[in-house]
Ligand binder design. Structure first.
Ligand code: NAG
Ligand code: NAG
Ligand code: NAG
Ligand code: NAG
Length: 385
């Protein structure tokens, strides 16, 4: 594994000028491109459908914001301030130390978006900001089979692709954290978004059962059998309580395919084999390390205002005016809507799932605290004479 990485680095450093690396990236995506040509028109339609028919992903943040989440949002920040005061860290808190944007060596934002955390909204925000703030907007094409964990050569090709865009640019793809600099290429600005891991897994469960999801898949891949009606009707509570294999979350278990959607930490851990086993310390530590060392900002869906403020201040070249665009252009025109196929899930059942998601919850809390710290550091700076 290590040797392979070194080889990749060597190859890219030594023998590949910019043009050639673009070519390599092109070849690497050509298999997808083949499929893309076949279904180009379809994909355009699907993309439109996706925007129209994924109300939940787009709107959860609005629902959360228009609900009574304000106290919770401010509460988290206040608690962080108290904590920092009590430990004496408050006086030494500096935005610079929490600012990974400073480490970036190219003005390219790499948003390796996690599904079902409202990242569609952040993507739409970036699309609008790209016009306002004048930067390139690039996103991976819609893929029916999403591979988020890549072989080293594919990681190298992806890193080359990211580095091939003319800065300033943003590139968006569902993929595990890819350490671009480990391939001898300049460090981009990493951003992402997370969400309460239990809510996310429930959201995913009903998302794959919603008609628009499987009808789309059927259109794209006609040979796929339509799902069993019994499976479609199965509800999450029943699935957990009956110890159904689909809703069993076992520590150390490895389950690849649709990118192991149970864990958002997978998107931060990276492509290493240690990232595969569910709810393990090793995977958690890797994910935390990447957030700490590489990510400029990891936003939190439940705390959109804090997220937007932190993005505006820590990645200003791209996010200047983000709150304004978000509140005046995006949230205003999205009617409050819901995935009607998602029934409520009892706290009792959520608690059962929570017991097995300890590392995921820890990761989520870690990201939240980091966001709060970044936010508090800003406040401090403003209050300085
Ligand atoms: C977030 O900001 C918007 C616009 O400034 C405001 O209307 C809303 O009440 C805020 N929400 C929370 C939860 O603080
Ligand atoms: C990314 O790669 C660089 C260069 O090889 C290395 O120093 C760094 O520790 C890596 N970061 C992570 C999170 O793996
Ligand atoms: C939680 O983990 C325990 C121990 O591995 C297992 O017996 C149980 O079935 C799991 N529960 C769920 C809901 O995944
Ligand atoms: C973080 O670093 C970027 C790039 O140097 C800079 O534009 C931004 O103002 C910094 N933000 C904070 C809060 O330090």
């Amino acid at each position: 594994m290590n040797a392979m990485r070194k080889m990749d680095r060597y190859r890219f450093r030594v023998s590949l000028p910019k043009r050639t690396s673009e070519l390599v990236a092109l070849i690497a995506i050509s298999s997808t491109f083949f499929l893309f040509l076949h279904t180009r028109d379809l994909n355009t339609k699907l993309r439109e459908m996706e925007v129209r028919l994924q109300p939940e992903d787009i709107l959860t943040s609005n629902q959360l914001m228009s609900g009574n989440s304000a106290p919770a949002e401010n509460g988290g920040v206040k608690a962080m301030m108290k904590l920092l005061q009590s430990t004496g860290e408050m006086s030494s808190l500096e935005p610079n130390q929490l600012n990974n944007t400073r480490k970036a060596q190219q003005d390219v934002v790499f948003f390796n978006r996690v599904p079902k955390v409202g990242s569609q909204t952040l993507m739409e925000l970036l699309r609008r900001l790209s016009i306002r703030n004048d930067f390139g907007f690039h996103q991976d094409r819609v893929q029916r089979v999403e591979t988020i964990r890549l072989a080293p050569e594919d990681q190298a090709a992806l890193s080359a692709l990211v580095s091939s865009y003319e800065p300033p640019s943003v590139y968006i793809k569902h993929v595990c954290f890819t350490n671009v600099s480990s391939f001898g290429l300049p460090e981009p600005i990493y951003i992402n978004l997370v969400r309460d891991p239990i809510e996310r897994v429930i959201s995913w469960y009903y998302y794959v059962r919603a008609p628009w999801y499987y009808v789309e898949r059927k259109i794209a891949f006609p040979d796929l059998p339509l799902p069993d009606p019994k499976w479609l009707k199965k509800d999450f509570e029943e699935c957990v309580l009956s110890n159904d294999r689909e809703c069993r979350y076992i520590r150390g278990e490895v389950r690849e395919g649709i990118g192991d959607h149970r864990r958002q930490s997978m998107f931060f851990c990276g492509h290493h084999v240690d990232c595969l086993p569910f709810n393990t310390e090793g995977a958690l530590e890797r994910a935390k390390r990447a957030v700490e060392e590489n990510y400029a900002v990891v936003g939190v869906l439940e705390e959109m205002n804090t997220t937007l403020t932190v993005l505006e201040n820590y990645v200003p070249r791209f996010f200047d005016g983000a709150s304004d665009v978000y509140w005046n252009e995006i949230s205003r025109f999205n009617p409050i809507n819901k995935n009607n196929f998602k029934p409520p899930v009892s706290e009792e059942v959520k608690d059962i799932v929570r017991k097995n998601f300890t590392k995921e919850i820890e990761f989520y809390e870690f990201c939240k605290q980091r966001l709060h710290k970044q936010y508090v550091a800003l406040k401090l700076n403003k209050n300085k004479p």
